[in-house]
Design a protein around this ligand. Structure first.
Ligand code: ATP
Length: 251
């Protein structure tokens, strides 16, 4: 198989345009991205700058108008719907602002479901879900329905679900967008623990505090990358201190 480069995730000339003529919207307009295995990237930018569209293209949820997306040495932008669905299930963990949990399933069942869909045995799925819910601090909430959980707890269930198939990469779209300040810090602590455990992460957000969990911060405007900052994170440093330095907020 051809290897695009050494990056785990990369794009080349990536574009997503909508409409035509005077109605043309260049949602993503020539993005060159390379994320190494184990890197945590935050993509920030104003509303409408193309962050969500970029994340959808990276995760194979949308097909680009032009350009290439490579994941683990495989070009994914031209795959069939079926192959893309399998790829998403097996190698990508998604976290969304609105959680997207199944209301009628318990926390544990929500986490088990993608493992079952990926062909794991019910026993393995149950074990993985229990381990992950413990890891996200919800060992005592496994039997709760989402309606009985707080926003921060729901997002932690969603993060456990994203991890259940041991994805190569976690893609998170405004993971703190629906949360209050305390729950935001809970979720940031969890994302920070994933980063220090070597999980590759791409997080798009409006929230400057999310930069506290990233190795690299990319700023987007009008569909393009306009600035990149390499953040010198001391992985042993306390997240609360980094958050404080960024926003004056006590973590
Ligand atoms: N299906 C679509 N059809 C037409 N235009 C679209 C479509 N989806 C997104 N856009 C446009 O593409 C641009 C980028 O949208 P996108 O949602 O990616 O931005 P964003 O940075 O994630 O914004 P926000 O922070 O508000 O979520 C916007 O101008 C948006 O209106």
């Amino acid at each position: 198989m051809k290897i695009a480069n050494e990056a785990l995730l990369s794009t080349h000339g990536l574009r997503m345009h909508y409409g035509r003529g005077s109605g043309l919207v260049r949602a993503v307009d020539g993005v060159e991205l390379a994320a190494a295995a184990g890197e945590a990237l935050a993509v920030m930018g104003p509303s409408g700058s193309g962050k969500s569209t970029l994340l959808h293209l990276l995760g194979g949820l949308q097909r680009p108008s032009a350009g290439e997306v490579w994941l683990a040495g495989r070009r994914i932008d031209g795959l069939s719907e079926k192959a893309l669905a399998r790829l998403r299930r097996q190698t990508i963990g998604f976290v969304f602002q609105a959680f997207h949990l199944m209301d009628e399933l318990t926390a544990a069942e929500n986490v088990e479901l993608p493992a079952l869909l990926a062909g794991r045995s019910p026993r393995t799925a149950r074990r993985r879900a229990a381990e992950l819910l413990e890891r996200v601090g919800l060992a005592d909430r496994t039997g709760h329905l989402p309606s009985a959980l707080s926003g921060g707890e729901r997002q932690r269930v969603a993060i456990a679900r994203a991890l259940v198939n041991e994805p190569l990469i976690v893609l998170a779209d405004e993971p703190t967008g629906s949360l209050d300040s305390a729950a935001t810090v809970e979720v940031l602590r969890l994302l920070d623990s994933l980063r220090t455990a070597g999980q590759t992460l791409v997080v798009v957000t409006h929230d400057a505090r999310v930069a506290a969990v990233a190795d690299r911060l990319i700023s987007m405007r009008d569909g393009a990358f306009v600035e990149e900052t390499r953040l010198s994170l001391d992985s042993g440093g306390r997240l609360g201190e980094r958050l404080g330095a960024l926003t004056g907020l006590e973590g």
